[in-house]
Ligand binder design. Structure first.
Ligand SMILES: NC(=O)c1ccc[n+]([C@@H]2O[C@H](COP(=O)([O-])OP(=O)(O)OC[C@H]3O[C@@H](n4cnc5c(N)ncnc54)[C@H](O)[C@@H]3O)[C@@H](O)[C@H]2O)c1
Length: 317
């Protein structure tokens, strides 16, 4: 993990969510100053409970669409913009809501970054921008053909940033995350990601749902790899105004393999309810991570097998 020798001020949007809270907790451990903006739509105060009263940490409950300039935001060095409405299914049900937060809200954060003139703007994009591209590894320069409103919203903001950043003084990096998992991830509700959802149900002897035949694959990535990638993208020497990087493990894990791993680690035998393949879901997903390795010195520190063990052992205790 990158060591942070200097003290910087960070703005983390979506900082009470899964990835955001892992980032805030890490930054505070490294003696950084953090301002977290989150409207707690899917995020939880419990995720930041251990840091919320610390002097170096400030929580602002606010919708990113209503974020305006104020003195609080002066002297911010790095902005990591993670606030968004996730979930492909949610976006199919309510595309306007997803667009409003992920595009309009993100544009508002970018506008604020320009007003306060930050050092760098890092934002979360997604593997969903590639859609069902028929290629083994998804490379950053590949065609982007999203197949869900969520994917469209992420790609649209990438495109806006590419254009708008040319007029700004600072640089921007878009990070295409591929199915991140780890502590503080939402495990309940119909929009929960497969790993927290299955692990929680299996450990509590509940029936799990399997969409499709189990051959659907994802490049599951432990959140510690992602935090490392976020930090490295802040500090690498960036020539171009805008760069895109895939952040993942570069391995394809099918749902069947995921299930086998959970069963082996937990020692449980779950009941499975088979359901049809979900609309808007990508069938196969694997990232090429060469670009991040080359420019960011990004390394997969926790592979899938170690990560899933760490995650399950963490929720059992
Ligand atoms: N987790 C993954 O596998 C994954 C994969 C690809 C991309 N991403 C992206 O990474 C980012 C973080 O994802 P996550 O998994 O931590 O999701 P999350 O839902 O746990 O976190 C998102 C946070 O944003 C907040 N938020 C939502 N709408 C907001 C608004 N209008 N104003 C202020 N805050 C708002 C939520 O309350 C939540 O705390 C998102 O941009 C997501 O699209 C995640």
């Amino acid at each position: 993990m990158l060591s942070l020798k200097k003290k910087y001020t960070w703005l983390v949007t979506g900082g009470a969510g899964f990835i955001g809270s892992n980032l805030c907790n890490f930054l505070i451990k490294k003696n950084q100053k953090v301002i977290c903006v989150d409207n707690l739509f899917t995020g939880k105060k419990e995720n930041i409970i251990h840091i919320k009263n610390l002097k170096n940490f400030k929580f602002i409950k606010k919708d990113i669409r209503k974020l305006n300039y104020s003195k609080t935001f002066e002297n911010i060095d790095y902005v990591v913009h993670l606030a968004a409405l996730g979930s492909v299914s949610r976006s199919i049900k309510n595309p306007r809501e997803t667009n409003s937060v992920n595009v309009d809200g993100s544009l508002n954060v970018l506008k604020l970054c320009n007003l306060i003139n930050v050092k760098k703007f890092i934002f979360a994009s997604s593997s969903s921008v590639y859609g069902n591209l028929k290629k083994e590894f998804k490379v950053e320069k590949d065609k982007t053909i999203p197949i869900s409103p969520y994917g469209i919203s992420k790609l649209t903001f990438e495109k806006y940033t590419r254009i708008l950043i040319e007029k700004y003084q600072f640089r921007a990096v878009g990070l295409r995350f591929f199915n991140v998992f780890g502590p503080n991830q939402n495990e309940n509700g119909s929009y929960a990601a497969v790993i927290p959802n299955w692990c929680n149900k299996i450990l509590n002897n509940k029936i799990i749902e399997l969409n499709g035949d189990g051959s659907t694959s994802r490049d599951f990535t432990h959140v510690e790899n992602v935090i490392d990638g976020i930090l490295k993208s802040c500090f690498f020497k960036q020539k171009n105004k805008f760069e895109i990087f895939n952040l993942a493990c570069g391995k394809e894990i099918s749902l069947n393999t995921l299930l086998k791993n959970i069963i082996k680690i937990s020692g449980k035998k779950p009941k499975i309810l088979k359901k049809p393949f979900r609309e808007g879901d990508i069938k196969r997903s694997k990232a090429a991570i060469k670009k991040a390795k080359y420019y960011l010195n990004y390394k997969v520190k926790i592979n899938f097998e170690t990560g899933i063990k760490k995650y399950i052992n963490g929720i059992v205790k």
